[in-house]
Design a protein around this ligand. Structure first.
Ligand SMILES: NC(=O)c1ccc[n+]([C@@H]2O[C@H](COP(=O)([O-])OP(=O)(O)OC[C@H]3O[C@@H](n4cnc5c(N)ncnc54)[C@H](O)[C@@H]3O)[C@@H](O)[C@H]2O)c1
Length: 260
């Protein structure tokens, strides 16, 4: 699919994998709406200026915010691309150590991770795909492409990752049925499952550099964290390769996560 002149929405677009994807989509001629939380406005607007796109303050748990981003995108070109990169991590064991109910995992935290990573992704898909369905079809009836960012934690969740793995497993699980739903309107859906990628999700500063240096020991080859550009490359391949549909692809240097 040629994305020159189309509009694209990248959630979580102000940082990390989302920002790298926004840059690469723009380099291929897409007009990108960088959709991210209000506190990311400075970073998101700077990126949008750099790539000729626009920043839109979006919390993916708010449907009205998503609709605003879609309207903004439609004003910039036919909406044909959605990248769902907004996400948060959370780690807590299911039970505490003292046997009290209060020390069991925080249920509100579990629900929040699901609300952002899973429900938020689905809401963006249903609203964006609705807009995509009204665009003029391209050759072979194609109207657009959606890429979700899951995680290898969907398959190899570690100790403490129940909520995160549930959210990302949900994203993997819904990829095929949504691709089947959206075939009717000519929209493809794929999911990329990153391994350990060097982004601000691990924090910044000396401690986080030490943490990342330790993490990379488990990568099969090459034994380092992934570059954001390596993820963006796969995201854009899933968008532009018209024969990619309904698939989840690990981009992880061959890592299989151990229990901890
Ligand atoms: N970095 C990794 O190693 C890694 C591995 C596997 C999966 N992932 C996934 O990749 C995606 C991108 O992560 P990243 O590493 O680039 O992290 P990041 O923290 O650099 O970027 C995530 C972005 O999502 C935004 N965001 C968070 N909650 C949001 C909400 N409710 N609404 C809108 N935006 C919101 C943040 O503001 C941030 O800009 C996430 O879904 C993450 O779970 C990352």
């Amino acid at each position: 699919m040629d994305i020159n002149g189309v509009s694209a929405i990248v959630t979580g677009g102000a940082s990390g994998i989302g920002a790298a994807s926004a840059r690469l989509l723009a380099s291929k001629g897409a007009k990108v709406v960088v959709a991210d939380l209000p506190h990311q406005q400075e970073k998101g607007s700077a990126l949008a200026d750099e790539i000729g796109g626009a920043f839109c303050a979006v919390d993916v748990t708010n449907t009205d915010d998503i609709k605003n981003a879609v309207e903004m995108a439609k004003s910039m070109g036919p909406l044909r691309v959605l990248v769902n990169s907004a996400g948060i991590g959370w780690a807590q064991r299911t039970v505490g150590k003292d046997g009290s109910y209060d020390s069991a995992a925080n249920l509100d935290a579990f629900k929040k991770v699901i609300a952002i990573n899973l429900v938020g992704s689905f809401d963006c898909i249903r609203i964006c795909a609705t807009a995509m369905s009204t665009t003029e079809p391209l050759e072979y009836g194609e109207r657009g492409a959606i890429v979700n960012i899951a995680s290898v934690a969907a398959f190899d969740g570690q100790i403490g990752q129940a909520s995160y793995s549930a959210s990302k497993g949900g994203v993997v699980g819904m990829t095929l049925p949504i691709a089947r739903d959206l075939a009717a309107v000519g929209v493809r859906v794929n999911t990329v499952a990153p391994g350990l990628i060097d982004t601000p999700i691990y924090g910044e500063g000396e401690n986080s550099e030490l943490f990342k240096a330790n993490l990379q020991k488990g990568v099969l080859f090459p034994q380092r964290l992934g570059f954001q550009s390596e993820l963006a490359s796969m995201v854009v391949e899933c968008v532009t390769n018209s024969y990619m549909n309904a698939e989840t692809i690990r981009v992880d240097g061959g890592i299989r996560m151990p229990p901890k």
